[in-house]
Structures are given as C-alpha cells and as structure tokens.
Design a protein around this ligand. Structure first.
Ligand SMILES: C[S@@+](CC[C@H](N)C(=O)[O-])C[C@H]1O[C@@H](n2cnc3c(N)ncnc32)[C@H](O)[C@@H]1O
Length: 247
C-alpha cells in the first residue's frame, strides 16, 4: 500500500479533514502544511495557532471524507459484502460502478486487487484521486467505461469476487460463470427491490449456488439518562444485497 492520506483532527471541535502528505489545509482556522511523513499522534499548528492532531486513516474515513460522486456504499453494507463473500487479501475483484470508490477503497485496503469500472469520466477521475488518498492507487485500477461493453474481454479473468452496484447489474450477473473462478462469489447491492429481484433471477438463471437476497436494516441504539432504546430518528433501511457463488 502506498502512502495514504491522514486525518487532521481539530483539538477544540469535532472538525476533521483528510489530507495527503505534503498537502496544504486552508480553513477559517488558518493554514497548515501536512508533513511529507506525518506521524500519527503528532500535532500540527495552523498559522493562527489552532492545533490539529494527526490520526491514521481507516476504512470508515473513506465513507466520511472521500470526495463524493455516485452514492457510496455504507460501511455496514460493505461489512456484509465482506462477511458473506469472505473477501480477502490477494483476491481478484471486478467491481462496477466505481462511483465514489468507497467499496473499492475498502477492498484495496484489505489487500485485494481490484478492477473497477466507472462509465462517467469525471466520476472516474475523482475516484482515482480518492484511491490515492486511501493509499491503494497501486491496487485499484479505475477504468473509465461501461463494464457491459468489456464483458467479453473480462470473461476468463478468473475473478474471486464480483461486486456490483449499478442498476444494470443483472446483465453482469448473467455472465458471472464466465467471470468467476471456482468457488468465487458475486455480490449485488441494489437500492430498489425491483433491481434486487432482477439480480436474484439472473443469479439463479446463471446457475449460481446459494443465491439469496437480504434486506439491510440497522437500528442505532439511543443511550441517555432516561434509558436505552432504538433511535426514533433516521432510516434503518439502506438497500438489498444479493449473493451467489460459482460452483
Ligand atoms: C451507486 S454508485 C457506486 C458506489 C460505489 N459502490 C461506492 O461504494 O462508492 C454507481 C455508479 O455506477 C456507475 N455505473 C452505472 N452503470 C454502470 C456501468 N454499466 N458501467 C460502469 N459504471 C456504471 C454510475 O455512473 C455510478 O457512478
């Protein structure tokens, strides 16, 4: 993994910023330059005397601080993808669409080699910058283009994992047997149940094993002096995840 960005955490507020080594931070709290080799735990002062602590980057910071384009996958859904597919270091992953690149960044930081497609050229450029911040530009190949147009060339690529987060994911799932290695997994994230159904039908049609679709719901517990109960604010539902495996 190449040099990742670091978090700069303001000492007197909850403000934090993601910046690469050598980069400048300019805010109303003043200007500072991140050292070329920032040490986690060290403090840096702006020219106005405001103090920031350097904190080492980890996965959730990608979700919180990457420049956003396509709606990023939430850490809880990424956790389910990793848990249900066993994504691991050394895996070859085909991902689409890249969007912000949060899922690709997480998988790269796990040690996977990721080929990810983004059909919007500007989004792809932002994602390349995000991969550099995450320190995984050498492991995550962001390709500009429509993944559907490259399926012929990608077939036989022996991917361990397909991660799909596009409305047309079912068309890739149909080709999963040609793309996946023996025992490899396909995971589709869909915000709408109609897309999840299409993905599940495509997975069954392709003969994948153990096909299942899960709704992802998470409730935050609200803890205060009166007691503890699920938060009454916010939406617990994020989407649907469909999994299947090549035999
Ligand atoms: C919801 S975002 C993906 C977010 C991503 N999983 C993340 O964690 O940041 C979906 C992206 O897929 C791209 N896209 C949709 N269909 C595509 C296709 N067939 N090939 C490549 N990219 C596609 C869109 O432009 C969009 O940026």
């Amino acid at each position: 993994m190449s040099d990742a960005a670091v978090l700069l955490v303001h000492a007197d507020s909850d403000r934090e910023y993601l910046r690469a080594p050598g980069e400048e931070l300019q805010t109303d709290l003043g200007v500072l330059t991140v050292p070329e080799a920032p040490r986690p735990g060290e403090t840096i002062e702006t020219h106005l005397g405001e103090t920031f602590a350097v904190r080492r980057l980890r996965g959730p910071d990608l979700f919180n601080h990457f420049e956003r384009t396509g709606a990023p996958m939430m850490p809880r859904d990424i956790g389910l993808v990793i848990g249900h597919t066993g994504a691991q270091s050394g895996d070859r992953v085909l991902d689409a669409g890249t969007g912000t690149g949060v899922l690709s960044g997480y998988l790269g930081r796990l040690g996977a080699e990721v080929t990810t497609y983004e059909r919007d050229a500007e989004f792809a450029e932002v994602a390349r910058g995000n991969m550099a911040l995450a320190g995984v530009a050498d492991r995550v190949d962001v390709r500009t283009g429509d993944v559907l147009e490259d399926l012929e060339d990608l077939a036989g690529g022996e991917f361990d994992l397909l991660t799909l987060d596009t409305a047309d994911a079912a068309a890739v799932v149909e080709r999963a047997p040609d793309l996946l290695t023996n025992g490899g997994y396909c995971a589709v994230y869909a915000p709408f149940v109609e897309d999840a159904r299409r993905a599940e039908e495509a997975a069954r049609g392709a003969g994948l094993l153990g096909v299942e679709t899960l709704e992802t719901i998470q409730r935050e517990l609200h803890v205060d002096d009166r007691g503890t109960r699920p938060s009454t604010a916010g939406v617990g539902h994020t989407g649907y995840l469909t999994f299947g495996r090549r035999g």
